[in-house]
Design a protein around this ligand. Structure first.
Ligand SMILES: [Zn+2]
Length: 325
């Protein structure tokens, strides 16, 4: 995309306005005031009247409290293909909270007065600054703002044998496998498994990063929705964090495959394993060996394909390593 100097300057001015707005919202949140970026700042109490300015007779209860939701999102600057962690504080216990971002609303997982949800950023999401809003009935909201930055996704080329290429022709089996995977990820724990951070499943060289446009035998075959680590066959592959095994079986293209639910709709997947060391329903600790590096399924040699999804959407699993879990 070519941008004129004027457009760039206008973009900068917009950013200044937005960040002034963020600074104000943060200040308002700190004082438990009510935001707004669209209304002039004014000191407000922690609760607001619902009476619309109506005069109340002296001596009667004059106001009804409205809960104040304070939204925070991390990281404040996220690349295309990344993952956002959104936390909403202040909802009444038991009240359903939804988070709205990129024009979509997603239900958050509540625990006491805190609600959490993870939102993947599509690789095709236009860069810019976006408001993270939240709703819970009559709540008043202090939104957060996040910046989505452009990321380059180069092309990568692989060559496979005719026999391997033939695998992709079995559309009926591929559709059945995809249905199994969707079903495995259809439910998640409303509480996170484990308390610590995520780690790499294997320390090895990255041979194909996330998001590359893949060419197989010279023909474009879509995005690479995970990270490939090249490693000797037989090396243990470890669960990136605690979780529950929701799929552990041989699929046509991904070979021996393990999917782990970490809770809050975050799943990690381990593909092309030589063997599988866990079974569906196992609740495992971080670092548990789920299998060993292999080359099963649609594969050119021993490697681990590690992927991550949230709400059925793939994101760069390396984003998990930075996450406050
Ligand atoms: Zn791969």
């Amino acid at each position: 995309m070519v941008r004129s100097n004027e457009e760039v300057a206008m973009g900068r001015r917009l950013l200044v306005v937005v960040f002034a707005c963020v600074a104000f919202a943060a200040g308002a949140a700190a004082g438990l005031g009510i935001h707004g970026c669209r209304t002039p700042p004014a000191p407000l109490p922690a609760t607001t009247p619902l009476d619309g300015g109506r005069q109340e007779p002296a001596g009667e209860a004059a106001t009804v409290s409205r809960p104040v939701l304070v939204v925070s999102a991390k990281p404040s600057s996220v690349p295309q293909g990344g993952l956002l962690s959104v936390i909403v504080e202040g909802a009444p216990e038991g009240a359903p909270v939804t988070v709205e971002l990129f024009g979509r609303a997603v239900a958050a997982f509540s625990s006491g007065e805190t609600a959490r949800v993870f939102v993947p950023v599509a690789v095709t999401q236009a860069p810019g600054v976006f408001e993270v809003d939240a709703h819970c009935g009559e709540c008043v909201v202090v939104p957060a703002f996040v910046e989505v930055t452009r990321r380059e996704f180069p092309s990568s080329h692989i060559a496979v044998t005719q026999e391997t290429a033939e695998l992709t022709r079995n559309q009926a089996r591929i559709a059945a496998d995809q249905a199994k995977v969707r079903s495995a990820r259809a439910t998640t724990s409303p509480r996170p498994y484990g308390e610590g951070s995520f780690s790499l499943p294997l320390e090895a060289e990255v041979t194909t990063p996330f998001g590359h446009t893949r060419y197989v035998n010279g023909v474009e075959s879509g995005r690479h929705w995970g990270i490939d680590f090249g490693a000797a066959a037989g090396r243990p592959v470890k669960a990136a964090n605690a979780g529950k095994v929701v799929l552990a079986e041989t699929l046509l293209l991904s070979g021996n495959t393990v999917i782990v639910d970490h809770g809050l709709n975050v799943f990690t997947t381990y593909m092309h394993l030589a063997d599988i060391s866990v079974k569906p329903g196992d609740v495992i600790e971080k670092g548990t060996t789920v299998g060993h590096v292999g080359s099963t399924g649609f594969s050119t040699g021993p490697h681990l394909h590690w992927s991550a999804t949230c709400g059925g959407e793939s994101f760069d699993p390396s984003a998990l390593l930075e996450l406050d879990w």
